[in-house]
Design a protein around this ligand. Structure first.
Ligand code: TYC
Length: 102
């Protein structure tokens, strides 16, 4: 068979690889001290959730220990984590926010 690479009898196929950027999950972690209302506010402010959505997600973190609060490109995820960590530190709450590759 002619693969256009000489008469070697070997057909090499090149995959049409479409490069999608990797996505990152932003995780919010539970702790014993951050007030529930503060977490709800963070979710509204930085993740565009309605009050009802934010309350629901906050309760999930409170009960399960952790929840994914959004999925973003690396740059956006880093920005969100930075904003949450900075906001929590400024208000002296131990709230933790991290990211991981999906
Ligand atoms: N567990 C906290 C409390 O009882 C509330 C809380 C929820 C803290 C979610 C952090 O990511 C968190 N006050």
């Amino acid at each position: 068979p002619d693969d256009g690479q000489g008469e070697t009898g070997v057909v090499t196929k090149t995959k049409p690889k479409t490069k999608r950027p990797p996505l990152y999950k932003v995780l919010l972690l539970n702790d014993d001290y951050t007030p529930m209302e503060f977490v709800v506010h963070v979710l509204e402010r930085f993740f565009g959730m309605t009050h009802a959505q934010a309350f629901e997600v906050m309760l999930t973190v409170h009960k399960k220990g952790v929840a994914v609060v959004g999925v973003f490109s690396h740059e956006i995820a880093e920005t969100k984590v930075g904003q949450v960590m900075d906001f929590a530190r400024r208000h002296q709450h131990p709230l933790q926010c991290t990211m991981e590759k999906e």
